[in-house]
Design a protein. Structure first.
Length: 207
């Protein structure tokens, strides 16, 4: 899903990505490093399309509104990541709207620097509920209006090279140490002799 302009509680105007493929919400350290923003250091286990692992993060509450500012939505817990992905190709611009008849009249606000700093996942369903949709023919982009404004979905003229593939599927398990799924797998392999006892890595709590 493509980005829309939004404003965080700290007053930062940036682009956000509504991502139904993520079970949590994430932000860049750019949002955290603002005056008056406080967070709690933590670790989170991220499982993406082809890899997974524990990464340091900071838990912060984020209040976000659309470009109009009419509706404010609180994200009780967003995970700020040092290595926040570069999602510039997911930002829709006016050219992505103007050439399609079914998208004309939709305003695409600008947020200054073309940079996504906030990824809103399914843990905040009120931010991704569709209010209105505009669809074209098969293969054409479509637009969805949520309480935060319009988002453009599908192939974008600003999307860069066709050789670049991006997947934002993220499953996050908050907390430190090895994920429960990994621990269960290790216990099973240890019990069946597929893993030596010296190879098993348990969490601090299990030790």
């Amino acid at each position: 899903m493509n980005g829309c302009a939004s404003e965080a509680k700290s007053g930062v105007r940036t682009y956000s990505l509504l991502d139904p493929g993520s079970n949590r919400s994430f932000c860049s350290m750019n949002l955290v490093n603002q005056p008056g923003v406080e967070g709690t250091r933590s670790r989170v286990h991220l499982a993406t399309l082809n890899k997974g692992g524990d990464v340091p993060s900071m838990e912060v509450p984020v209040e976000v509104s659309g470009a109009s500012g009419r509706r404010k939505i609180l994200l009780p817990k967003a995970y700020a990541l040092e290595a926040f992905p570069v999602l510039t190709d997911s930002i829709a611009i006016s050219n992505d709207v103007s050439k399609w008849e079914h998208l004309r009249g939709i305003s695409v606000p600008r947020a200054g620097k073309l940079q996504v700093d906030l990824l809103i996942g399914q843990d905040v369903p009120q931010a991704v509920v569709p209010v209105e949709m505009r669809c074209g023919q098969d293969g054409e982009p479509f637009a969805v209006r949520t309480s935060l404004g319009w988002t453009i979905n599908g192939p974008l003229s600003s999307g860069g090279s066709d050789d670049n593939a991006v997947s934002n599927l993220i499953h996050a398990v908050p907390g430190s140490g090895t994920s429960l799924e990994t621990q269960v797998d290790q216990f099973w392999r240890l019990d069946t002799g597929q893993l030596d006892a010296g190879q098993a890595h348990l969490s601090v709590e299990d030790k």
